[in-house]
Design a protein around this ligand. Structure first.
Ligand code: HEM
Length: 167
């Protein structure tokens, strides 16, 4: 099967339609464009499909986290959930992911240590977050290699985020 960018999957999933109409619209130009398989797009950002695809994935991921009972049973997380506008959180996480994956955006929020310091996040809560992340990536059919790289990025922040072994 021809390799498609995650963006194509995301757009197809979020628009609730197959990929054919998108291809139909562009079929004339497509013949004049270089074959995507020969593309020099190598950053994770590009392979994921850029900011729109990443924002869509982050949106789904944060919606899952906000209703995760394991996370909401931590009073500090629950309090933050009520206080912090979710649109802002999605924006910040999208900017961070875009920057970290090699995209042309600069994250201007707090460090991971500062942002999560008061939340007393445990190992159990970390695992609950990873489970939701996996569900989101699977929903958008993010390929195994890109999932691996995204999990490695998330894992690299663990030392700054998980501060407690239990409440
Ligand atoms: C169990 C894991 C996590 C939980 C429960 C969690 C929860 C939260 C909450 C409640 C906030 C808002 C805090 C506040 O404004 O007072 C926040 C902020 C944020 N989180 Fe997380 N988070 C987790 C893991 C992560 C990971 C793995 C990343 C990125 C790799 C991340 C990126 C961010 C960013 C970028 C912000 C915004 C910081 C700012 O606005 O300055 N979080 N998180």
């Amino acid at each position: 099967m021809k390799r498609r960018s995650v963006f194509a999957f995301v757009m197809a999933a979020s628009l609730g339609m197959g990929l054919t109409p998108l291809e139909g619209i562009h079929s004339a130009q497509a013949q004049e464009r270089p074959n995507p398989q020969q593309s020099t797009a190598t950053t994770l950002y590009q392979r994921l499909g850029g900011v729109y695809a990443i924002a869509t994935v982050v949106d789904d991921f944060i919606e899952r986290l906000l209703v995760n009972d394991i996370l909401n049973s931590n009073p500090a997380i629950k309090e933050a959930r009520a206080r912090v506008p979710k649109a802002g959180l999605k924006f910040q996480v999208t900017a961070l992911v875009c920057q970290t994956t090699g995209g042309p955006y600069a994250y201007a929020g707090r460090t991971m240590k500062d942002a999560h310091r008061k939340l007393n996040i445990t190992e159990k809560e970390w695992r609950a977050m990873l489970d939701d992340f996996k569900k989101t990536l699977d929903r958008f059919t993010v390929p195994a290699q890109e999932q691996k790289e995204l999990f490695a990025i998330v894992e690299s922040t663990k030392g700054d985020i998980v501060v407690a072994s239990a409440h």
